[in-house]
Design a protein around this ligand. Structure first.
Ligand SMILES: Cc1cc2nc3c(=O)[nH]c(=O)nc-3n(C[C@H](O)[C@H](O)[C@H](O)COP(=O)(O)OP(=O)(O)OC[C@H]3O[C@@H](n4cnc5c(N)ncnc54)[C@H](O)[C@@H]3O)c2cc1C
Length: 329
């Protein structure tokens, strides 16, 4: 039995944990353990105490670049750290990832939930990815349009879950700054920093400062970032929900005609910031984040999440959906 690394910091073991550095090794492991669970950094999973299966940790490395005029295509192996890739691209003068700075985890997991932050989603930058089919070891390229990207979702996280292992990801970035400054938090931070002419590097620094202030550092306090997705509902439902609470925000979302409610506000007003179960608790600075107070188990997190979901449903009639995936629970 071996421990499975996870940023919630819950005790979790598997029959076997294997670090995989290349495709041939991956094919070999999957031949003998086709039901293996593939993980990167374990920063978006809730794990039970023991998984009766093999866990594969993707550790392949490598970043390559193909220039195309002002644009570049950057290909990064699944086992690269996401934030390391963001820093590398900024250092090289390839822009477009700065709003996604400091998101924990691996490059290979980024398409799974179409990672996003501060107005940018991976889907806006991804050109294609390569993935290995678990059933026969063949390798296939998926264009962005074939990945089924949605809000914190993709085909790989939903209908296609477990069918493919992502090997590498190709992003289209620009050598000319393309600033996305829609979020007031980032604008406020830039002005606090005294930035006059904003460069992509400044945006990354502002994002990092805001994230460090708002989110617990998983190295110190176990967490997986947002535990729930923001609910996307029709305008009529949003108006009804808004009439049941105080100052609830609603922002236009896709598909057209839908709006996104703030799960944090719904939790705040329906459940408050003091909910706990066993060692799991709500992070008082951001109720969307659940934290490990020290000795939480995966079951504690699931029980706390269910308590919160029930309270939000009772008060607002809105189902909250978990953002991380659960295994062995
Ligand atoms: C403090 C904190 C802040 C966060 N902030 C954000 C944020 O702003 N935006 C955001 O979108 N997310 C955020 N997250 C969630 C998390 O960082 C991302 O979802 C990240 O992409 C997960 O990467 P990972 O390597 O840790 O994935 P894991 O947790 O290891 O895996 C997640 C899922 O992906 C699958 N998977 C992993 N690698 C592969 C692969 N190569 N091929 C196929 N499937 C694979 C796993 O089976 C699992 O289902 C945050 C998490 C934390 C702890």
């Amino acid at each position: 039995m071996t421990d499975i690394p996870n940023t919630l910091g819950v005790p979790a073991t598997a029959d076997q944990v294997v670090e995989v550095a290349d495709i041939d090794q991956l094919r070999g492991v999957l031949r003998s353990a086709p039901d293996a669970l593939v993980l990167g950094g374990g920063s978006n999973v809730v794990l039970g105490r023991h998984l009766q299966q093999t866990v594969v940790l993707m550790c392949n490395r490598g970043i390559s670049v193909a220039a195309d005029g002002e644009m570049v295509e950057v290909t990064a192996a699944a086992g690269e750290g996401w934030h390391r890739l963001v820093r590398h691209c900024l250092d090289c003068g390839y822009f477009g990832l700065e709003n996604l700075a400091l998101i924990p985890g691996s490059v290979g997991a980024a398409p799974l939930q179409n990672i996003g932050a501060y107005g940018v989603e991976l889907a806006q930058r991804l050109v294609r990815l390569r993935a290995l089919r678990v059933s026969d070891g063949s390798v296939r390229a998926f264009d962005a349009s074939e990945c089924g990207f949605g809000y914190r979702d993709s085909w790989f996280k939903s209908a296609g879950a477990g069918q493919y292992v992502i090997l590498d990801v190709t992003l289209r970035l620009s050598t000319q700054p393309q600033l996305v400054l829609d979020y007031p938090d980032i604008l406020t931070e830039l002005s606090r920093m005294g930035v006059k002419r904003t460069r992509p590097q400044d945006v990354a620094r502002a994002v990092i400062r805001v994230r460090r202030r708002k989110l617990p550092d998983p190295a110190k306090v176990g967490n997986v970032g947002s535990f729930f997705k923001n609910p996307v509902v029709s305008r009529d439902v949003a108006q009804h929900v808004q009439s049941l609470g105080e100052g609830l925000s609603a922002h236009a979302a896709e598909p057209a005609g839908m709006v996104k409610l703030s799960a944090a506000q719904l939790i705040d007003q329906a459940a408050g910031k003091l909910e706990t179960h066993g060692g799991a608790a709500v992070w008082p600075r951001q109720p969307l984040v659940l934290i490990n107070q020290g000795k939480a188990t995966g079951s504690d997190f699931v029980a706390l999440a269910e308590k919160i979901q029930a309270k939000v449903m009772a008060r607002f009639g809105v189902p909250l959906v978990l953002e991380p995936r659960t295994y062995g629970l």
